[in-house]
Design a protein. Structure first.
Length: 356
């Protein structure tokens, strides 16, 4: 259920008023009702703020709106929520584990890209069954995660998704040895997580990564001008279904535009539009370039040969900035080699992890 829909349903709940003026607790009931009306007014401000969010792709404006809403009385919009239990996190992030028989095998943690889910790794995991412990999960707001746990402040930046990765590892009792496999924006999420907790990670496998989608001439070519991304998010605001149909074949790549593009479009459309909009803002306007030299764990960069979202120059840039990195260019058109050419991805992973 979308956040806005939930709020409107809450607002439509009838208020219980004591119709008997002679009732002993009439004053108490009236006081309670006034409190409910005040809460409803604060929630209405939240709805208006979310609507304002859709009118601009500017992240600074987003945070300003959310701060205004917090000051108006909706105090539960915060990132310092109470610590969740193991069961709650496994449910929240729809965590699934594929265990190997032997305990002393590598651990693979898979993180999906924007608008996707753990289902996208289904062509990769069979190659590692019995050889690795495999962990799959959905970011909050994606796939089969608990949408009620979505926090628009927390997930307005990549830090919220970094915390999801760390929470999943913590709830499974994983303290070290993680081989992180991240697609697209999750490559940046994995890099940031490894900076925050380097002892947790062994190696990073980055599929179609990009630390920044914006061009910053003359030193960096991310693939997009700001007006391009603004236009993409404007289309998302105006016509979510049309945006999904437009973006999916670009992500899939021309050779797979029909088959894979249809699956991606369906995945995009199944995501709550409010949550997808916030994740899109965090994804396309993130800039992690300055963080790359801070990464201490070795990495494998799997760069697509022809990728409309992350051109070859991006992979070369990351290889230059990431210490201990290996760059492998896959003969793939599109942005999702793990779906369109899984045999190339699994072979590269097996070589890198010395599992062949």
């Amino acid at each position: 259920m979308g956040l806005t829909c939930f709020i409107f349903r809450f607002l439509r709940r009838p208020l219980v008023r004591d119709s008997c003026s002679l009732c002993a607790d009439a004053k108490a009931k009236e006081s309670e009702n006034r409190g409910i009306w005040r809460l409803n007014a604060a929630l209405r401000k939240l709805v208006l703020a979310i609507n304002q969010l859709f009118l601009t792709p500017n992240r600074a404006r987003l945070h300003a709106i959310l701060r205004t809403v917090q000051a108006s009385g909706v105090l539960n919009l915060r990132t310092d929520r109470p610590e969740r239990t193991t069961v709650e996190i496994r449910k929240r992030n729809n965590v699934h584990v594929i265990d190997a028989i032997r305990p002393d095998v590598p651990v693979l943690v898979y993180a999906h890209g924007f608008g996707c889910s753990q289902h996208m790794w289904r062509h990769i995991t069979p190659a590692f069954e019995g050889k690795c412990h495999q962990v799959l999960f959905d970011y909050v707001g994606c796939g089969q995660s608990d949408l009620a746990a979505f926090d628009p402040v927390k997930y307005a930046s990549l830090k919220g998704y970094v915390q999801d990765v760390l929470d999943v590892c913590d709830t499974l009792g994983i303290e070290r040895g993680v081989n992180f496999v991240g697609h697209s924006v999750s490559a940046s999420v994995g890099l940031l997580a490894s900076i925050e907790r380097p002892t947790l990670f062994d190696r990073l496998i980055l599929v179609g990564p990009s630390p920044c989608y914006l061009n910053h001439a003359p030193d960096y070519f991310g693939g997009f001008e700001r007006k391009d991304l603004d236009g993409l998010l404007d289309l998302m605001d105006q016509n979510f279904m049309g945006w999904s149909s437009y973006l999916a074949p670009i992500v899939a790549g021309a050779p797979q535009a029909d088959s894979l593009g249809g699956e991606l479009s369906e995945s995009f459309c199944s995501t709550d539009p409010t949550m997808a909009r916030i994740f899109a803002q965090a994804t396309f306007f993130a800039d992690s370039r300055e963080d790359l030299p801070r990464v201490t764990r070795p990495s494998l960069i799997l760069q697509h040969g022809k990728d409309a979202l992350a051109p070859l120059s991006v992979g070369e840039y990351m290889h230059k900035k990431l210490r201990g990195s290996t760059l492998e260019v896959l003969d793939v058109t599109g942005h999702c080699a793990h779906m369109s050419h899984p045999h190339l991805v699994t072979a590269a992973m097996q070589r890198y992890l010395s599992l062949t």
